[in-house]
Design a protein around this ligand. Sequence first.
Ligand code: SF4
Ligand code: SF4
Ligand SMILES: [Zn+2]
Length: 262
Amino acid sequence: MKLEILELKDRKAKFVLSEVTPAFANSLRRAMISDVPKMAIDYVDIYDNTSVLFDEMLSLRLGLIPLKTNADMYRFPAECECKGAGCALCQVSLTLSAEGPCVVHSRDLKSSDPETVPVDQNIPIVELKTGQKVVLTAVARLGNGKEHAKFQPVCASGYKNVPVISIGEKCDMCKMCIDACPRGVFKADKGKLVVTDLYKCSLCKHCIEACDTGAITLDTDNEAFIFTVETDGSYTAHDIIDSAMKSLKGRADQLSEIMSAF
Ligand code: SF4
Ligand code: SF4
Ligand SMILES: [Zn+2]
């Protein structure tokens, strides 16, 4: 297995994973979406709501606000000593009290844990007119994407096969493919056609359509994948990839342990 990092930012990563099967690549993609535990608001006590939004709408919006997550600090409610009743080890309270005229934003949620706060401070929740009020306590807990989309830490987690582009001897350097390629994959260099950045190729086949000599062939590498991961900010992209890998390893270890009993 090989890993080549093409881009690694706080919220975005692009990398090439090679010498793996399509099944493994898909397992990693799915693990990033549904296995990485994330904090999200799951329960709301509404004491006052005279806004134009129903309580349910307000609660739904609160649940979708990404929260910074330190999964090592918390347990899943079902695995906690409180047996899911709710305690400081498995949940965080966020209070909200606002009176119009104003727009209530994510920054108005006051968390009992300074590390579990909205990722973005400027997410609008509801507009209050003069005299309208919202007073509530929200409870956030750990969950994962298998349970509900609000627990998914990624906005995007996908991959494509690495393209394989071959230029045959029939090429007469008409340069039609250079003009036809929307990604600028080709260039002429010292009288030869060269591929400048293979990973930019979207497999659109415009180059093949433009080539009258049939010199270009396009294929895909079935053991190499270009991954793109974008997070909602609850974790860094690095931590999501790491956590997903650990989740896959944990499952393999568990299966191995079960098998060792036979
Ligand atoms: S379009 Fe075909 S013949 Fe023309 S430069 Fe490209 S590969 Fe060569
Ligand atoms: S398949 Fe599309 S993106 Fe890829 S090299 Fe050909 S024209 Fe460019
Ligand atoms: Zn608990």
